[in-house]
Design a protein around this ligand. Sequence first.
Ligand code: MN
Length: 450
Amino acid sequence: MSDLQPAAQPLCDATHDPALRSWVASANWPDADFPIQNLPLGRFRPVGRDPAQPEPLRVGVAIGDQVLDLKAAATMCPWADEVHPLLEPLAAGDLAAFMALGRPAWRTLRAALSAALAEGSDQGPFLESCLLPMAEAQMALPCRIGDYTDFYAGIHHARTVGALMRPDSPLLPNYAWVPIGYHGRASSVGIEGRVKRPQGQTRSKDSGEGGAPHVGPSKRLDYELELGLWIGAANALGEPVAMAQAEDRLFGVTLLNDWSARDIQAWEYQPLGPFLAKSFVTTVSPWVVSFEALAPFRRPPVRPADQPAALPYLESDFNAAHGALDITLEVWLQTAAMRTRGEPALRLSQSNALDACWTPAQLVTHHTSNGCNLQVGDLLGTGTLSGPLPEQGGSLLELSQGGRQPLTLPNGEQRSFLEDGDTVTLRAHCRAPGAVRIALGTVSGTVLAA
Ligand code: MN
């Protein structure tokens, strides 16, 4: 692990050069999600001819509308000596083992992939046969997730949801000081696109004070627009990670949908927080965009004017200058009726990760501040990333004001919460002056009946 303070290193290098083009033509298309400046890693297997004999998983790089198969590339292409040992775990489908090699290795691989995929590269002719169209890659979770923690860093989400319950004091007194989080369920995180409506215990006003709760399918199923942060370096139990080292623990970012059953949540959450209202499924996008790729999109965090400065253990010079991520986030909805009529998905909201109250590094430092050991492959959810305006809510709970103001869709359908057959798709992209646009891809899920 490098002991260098990240602030001492230049954020951008030759791999971010906006003039760089790839010999993979689709990577140069305007508004491509995966230009050569992005180079996200994901785990996949080629869709085989015989489903009974699936090919082994391996790690690939998204480039344009293609996937570069690193299992094939490790053997079919000449590489510099220092690159071979980095390709070995990736060829074996073990992204966690690659992440465990640390940031110098991540940078070496990124530079090698950038050079190999660049226009005019000597390696191009060897790598052409290692490409497969994205449609022929069956994606899997990037790695086994040891632990999953979900935070609550979106202050506009916290304020709006708090106001539904406590109009006079939406934010609890600890919000400004503590990055609030809870331990989520790692086993139910997936990339699978089907979301079975959960059953659960709920108690509505109809049950009356002291009345017995009802058991049945959730009637208030919702999504949460979040980023997933992938931990790439471990800390030992009892050894907190200071802010100066926190960036080196962060490997990359995906989209994360924290599917939520609001009626189950409302009845069960006191006094210990979310439980079965969240653990029925969480979905993530399959391509992990590295913090190196995000370098042109790092910004100073801006805390809302009415919030106090963070305590010193959550501050660093690097964080003050570059801690936040400028990522535009979107939620799209296509109902079953829209699909039947051939109507395209509708954008429900747009917001930006800059509006979070806490940065990724602050989440890592706070999580480990008691000595808790994060491990390679752990996943941190940021919390719902809503913007300051009502139409920028990152959940239906916010957009429908707790179900009191249903949304009317252009085709006349109404939504307070999700109906069976609804498909929710999260998207995210980054733009900055002097940088090529990159994107995180998508995570999509369709609600199935309970
Ligand atoms: Mn959440």
